[in-house]
Design a protein around this ligand. Sequence first.
Ligand SMILES: Nc1ncnc2c1ncn2[C@@H]1O[C@H](COP(=O)(O)OP(=O)(O)OP(=O)(O)O)[C@@H](O)[C@H]1O
Length: 257
Amino acid sequence: MIATHQLRLAMGKRTLVERLDWQVEAGECWSVIGRNGAGKSTLLRALAGLRQPEAGHVSIERRALSEWPLQELARKRAFLAQARNDAFSYSVIETVLSARHPYHDNRYWENSDDHHAAVAALASMEVDHLAARDVRTLSGGERQRVAIAAMLAQDTPLLLLDEPANALDLAHQVSVMSLLARLCREQHKTVVMVGHDLTLAHSVSSHALLLMGDGRWLAGSVEEVMQPAVLTEYLDHPIDIVRHGERTIFIPGSFPA
Ligand SMILES: Nc1ncnc2c1ncn2[C@@H]1O[C@H](COP(=O)(O)OP(=O)(O)OP(=O)(O)O)[C@@H](O)[C@H]1O
């Protein structure tokens, strides 16, 4: 679905990712994990085609990003940024409808399919009751769920999400992450997301990409990669795991007295 080829990302003199050869197949759900500043958001922006890599390239369905016409690319991948800044007054439904623009070839207004997709996406995020509200009046968690709804309404096979659980209460963290896992399993969508909650990442992801922040990286299934010793090295802090029934819970190794 999406792949990187000898990708190099750097910020000034600092190398973040070096020679990343990575393949993500359709239906897989990947979590990108690493310390603050390791380069996770930078990588996600490069995958979305919003940032030029220092070397190498990204391809979607074996075609380099630079060869994709913008409108076709917008039907292929959706991107959830980490932060939002609403400068203007738009209603929630207008915000979600605007995500349908890649499907408007020769027209500038929406049809009933767009409305149906927008309302369904709002309902899946349990924010349909907020449809008429100005986005600037929403709480942080409500705004995040509207942004995810807009992404879902774009109806792309590839979803790139930077910290989707940000600002969400516990119940919504679980429901949003479960929805993403279900989209991969049942609709063969492909998800690449950045997150800091290891337990949540492990419970919904099929694969993980660890970034060290100095160029080094490790990619594989969650069983291979999310090992306490490996995470301890990549996160520079002791990580233990506790088994609870079927679940694996990740905890920081020690708290200072
Ligand atoms: N525009 C910029 N100018 C200078 N440095 C930048 C810029 N954007 C990002 N950086 C730096 O590049 C590094 C990687 O940033 P990035 O946002 O990709 O990290 P991250 O892994 O997503 O971190 P976090 O977990 O804190 O969100 C950081 O050290 C950051 O300070």
